[in-house]
Design a binder for this molecule. Structure first.
Ligand code: NAD
Length: 418
């Protein structure tokens, strides 16, 4: 059973980097820790896996659980984790050390030694100089949103293995799903909070009480985020309108959702009607690869009740409400048209422990495959890994990223699309 009690060690375990090569680790020429071979082309190599502490603001997740350190070391690899990397998720150094990881003090040491970096967010500008040619970096990148990041990673010579484009045989994006599940469930929790009067909301209890009607919650988009939001909202006894344009999806959800969820086709009239009734609106639409469709225009806020709340989860794709603009966990809301807007772009970061477990549950099997096989053999053997590689050997290998920045695209993994 996973330990849940969060405790802080008075004397954190610290293991110094060994000056001699550790058993089972593969090194190039000089056989020193400072000169590891590249993970890029090694098959069955024993690789050094590095886990840095995240440096992006409001980010409390970490790229590896203690059980991940154990699985990787059991497979013959070494794990170097930066001191306090798991602290934001309530995972402390001694847990990692007890399961085979080596704790190192700085990000320089992690990036300097590791052949495979496993983390959460895209490398920040302070991390760019630490990236080394021949290294593979397995994390969220979202290159299309950031030209400077794309250019820095291209110049570094690392292989960028992006969680968000790892696509399985059924076309799903399994490393994005858990964060949508977290954001969907959390949207109702945040909505409940900001509907409270001291938090600027209407002063509404989601479930009502006997003799007082419950809140009405409208969920725009019935994908992963929307279905999770609707299920939690229903559990609060709210009345829920769940809207989508995909009839197959609506038919399925009509079968499985509780009776206080009305599954509705999303058109302008239905949206206007729902806005007039809603105390809380959750924006959860997505058109893959495109900006979110604008379903709520500025003047439509006039249909809404004073101090009702919009949680625009789709804000990371531009938002589905015209008046939305990105906010942060430290300053999550603003009021416009007398409606409270919550538009935090990295919602899962606030529930770091849940999100870390949810993310690592799905990333670890792939990290193990990449470490065991080497990134290039893994890409040739496993098409999801080929899809995940966005940049390799100073070339873009993902067509969407290349098209976004008008860059040439290598066809080395083109057969993965077949
Ligand atoms: N803010 C955050 O922290 C955070 C976290 C996770 C996900 N997200 C975002 O949430 C959004 C939803 O993600 P998801 O995983 O649920 O996507 P999804 O693909 O599973 O679901 C999107 C749904 O939107 C529907 N849709 C498209 N156009 C529509 C329209 N005009 N009206 C109604 N429905 C429409 C689609 O049919 C689909 O069912 C994405 O933009 C994602 O990036 C944000």
């Amino acid at each position: 059973m996973r330990p849940f009690a969060i405790r802080r060690s008075r004397q954190p375990v610290r293991r110094a980097l060994s000056p001699v090569p550790l058993k089972g680790t593969m090194f190039s020429g000089g056989d020193t820790l400072a000169s590891p071979v590249s993970v890029t082309r090694c098959r069955k190599a024993h690789v050094i896996v590095g886990v840095p502490k995240e440096v992006k603001g409001d980010e409390y997740r970490v790229g590896l659980l203690p059980v991940g350190a154990e699985e990787l070391t059991r497979a013959g690899h070494q794990v170097f984790i930066q001191r306090d990397a798991g602290e934001g998720s309530g995972l402390f150094d001694e847990e990692y050390a007890a399961h085979g990881a080596t704790i190192v003090d700085t990000a320089d040491e992690v990036y300097g030694q590791a052949e495979l970096i496993v983390k959460v967010k895209e490398p920040q500008p302070s991390e760019w100089p630490l990236l080394r040619a021949g290294q593979a970096v397995f994390t969220y990148f979202h290159f299309a949103a950031d030209r400077a990041l794309t250019e820095a990673v291209l110049a570094s010579g690392v292989t960028a293995v992006a969680y968000e484009t790892l696509r399985d045989q059924r076309g799903r994006l399994p490393l994005l799903t858990p964060m949508s599940e977290v954001a969907g469930r959390m949207s109702i929790q945040e909505g409940a909070k900001f509907l409270e009067r001291p938090q600027m909301g209407r002063g509404i209890l989601l479930g009502g009480v006997p003799g007082v009607e419950p809140a009405h919650i409208t969920v725009l988009g019935a994908g992963i985020v929307g279905a999770n939001a609707a299920r939690i909202a229903a559990g609060f006894q709210a009345s829920v309108g769940l809207l989508d344009i995909n009839m197959d999806r609506l038919r399925y959800l009509d079968d499985v959702m509780p009776p206080n969820v009305d599954v509705l086709f999303s058109d302008r009239h239905t949206i206007r009607d729902q806005l007039g009734r809603a105390d809380l609106v959750v924006g959860s639409v997505l058109i893959p690869g495109a900006k979110a469709p604008r379903l709520v225009e500025r003047e439509m806020l006039g249909l809404m009740k004073p101090r009702s709340v919009i949680i625009d989860v789709a804000i990371d794709q531009g938002g589905c409400v015209e008046t939305s603009r990105p906010t942060t966990h430290s300053d999550p809301i603003f009021i416009e048209g007398d409606v409270v807007h919550y538009c935090v772009t990295n919602m899962p970061g606030a529930v770091g422990r849940t999100s870390t477990y949810a993310l690592c549950n799905v990333t670890l099997p792939w990290a193990l495959q990449i470490a065991n096989l080497g990134i290039e053999p893994a890409a040739h053997k496993l098409s999801p890994v080929a899809h995940a590689i966005n940049i390799m050997d100073n070339e873009v290998t993902n067509l969407a990223v290349a098209e976004t920045f008008d860059l040439p695209c290598s066809t080395r993994f083109a057969q993965a699309d077949a």
